[in-house]
Design a protein around this ligand. Structure first.
Ligand SMILES: O=C(O)CCC(=O)C(=O)O
Ligand SMILES: [Fe+2]
Length: 316
């Protein structure tokens, strides 16, 4: 197979033909579990400010960052220290630290029981406003992608709207520190894993390191164009579609040469279903060749909790 045949297509979200966009995204998801996307409409100035604040946050001392690490909801909101998360079944903890931002819900929302309040870093006044805006914008771009995917799956364009309304989505600011001269003992920046959520929108993947596992066992690097998004299918969408759309295993490998002296930053937006949404296999994704793998539906929140325990972010 030539290189061009294995290259992932770059898909413009600015298309005014929803069906064609759905076809292009769906084909890429079906083949790779991933799509690389441009013209997503996120404001370049806002994204630039978000990168600056992310670098400032992680440059602060450990004690400062740990004040955003709260027992009980560790892993859900605020800070998670270096070498805390571990991919399911992996031998080493990941060489990364991160900060999670969730949805700000109205005070009287019943969903607050399953969605903790945000934790904002001390004395970074712009942080809340910038990331609340980016969260809302990512939500909008994600909804557009899901609407195209709905068409691809033969569903009504707005099928996902109620399923993701006030969804338990998380914006993760990720920092992978420089590794030059470190004995990493076999650990990598992010061990091979699948995402738990519906779809992930990832900014920052143009810095090398992200790789996806191909069916033949080889690893293929993913690098969207500058400022673009890598978008991938998570386990919830894989389950909903009875594996018609696969949640592809991916990892972030350690850089070689000069890049080992540099931090890598990325920002995945893990778009989740509403906590009380029952994940039941879509009838259109069940056939004689592909019988229902999940006859028993599961609530999105129950599924999430099971999976967070597995990766060390929640206590059983
Ligand atoms: O940093 C990246 O490029 C990917 C991060 C990732 O896969 C994750 O946090 O789930
Ligand atoms: Fe991931």
């Amino acid at each position: 197979m030539t290189l061009s045949m294995t290259q992932m297509p770059i898909i413009s979200l600015a298309s005014d033909d929803p069906a064609a966009l759905g076809q292009a995204l769906g084909d890429s998801f079906k083949q790779y579990g991933f799509a690389t996307v441009t013209n997503h409409g996120l404001d370049a100035g806002l994204v630039k400010r978000a990168w600056e604040l992310t670098a400032q946050l992680f440059a602060r001392e450990e004690a400062y960052k740990r004040r955003g690490y709260k027992e009980g909801i560790a892993g859900a909101r605020g800070y998670t220290p270096f070498k805390t998360e571990i991919a399911k079944g992996a031998a080493h903890r990941d060489l990364k630290e991160f900060w999670h931002i969730g949805r700000t819900l109205p005070t009287n929302s019943p969903l607050r029981a399953s969605m903790p309040d945000n934790i904002w870093p001390e004395d970074m006044p712009e942080f809340e406003q910038v990331f609340t805006q980016l969260y809302a914008d990512m939500d909008r771009v994600g909804a557009k992608i899901l609407s195209s995917i709905a068409l691809y799956l033969g569903l009504e364009a707005h099928w996902f709207d109620p399923a993701i309304e006030d969804g338990n989505s998380v914006l993760r600011l990720l920092h992978y520190p420089p590794i030059e001269g470190e004995d990493t003992g076999g650990a990598i920046r992010a061990g091979a894993h699948e995402d738990i959520n519906l779809i992930t929108l990832l900014l920052g993947a143009e810095e090398a390191g992200l790789e996806i596992l191909r069916p033949d066992g080889s690893w293929q690097s993913v690098s969207p164009p500058e400022g673009g998004l890598a978008v991938n299918v998570g386990d919830m969408l894989q389950r909903l579609t009875n594996h018609v759309l696969p949640s592809t295993t991916h990892r972030v490998v350690n850089p070689a040469g000069d890049r080992a002296q540099h931090s890598r930053y990325s920002m995945p937006y893990f778009l989740h279903l509403r906590s009380d949404f029952p994940i039941a296999t879509l009838p259109g994704c069940i056939s004689a060749d592909n019988p229902n793998r999940y006859p028993q539906p599961i609530l999105a929140d129950d599924y999430l909790r099971e999976r967070l325990i597995e990766i060390g972010l929640l206590k059983a």
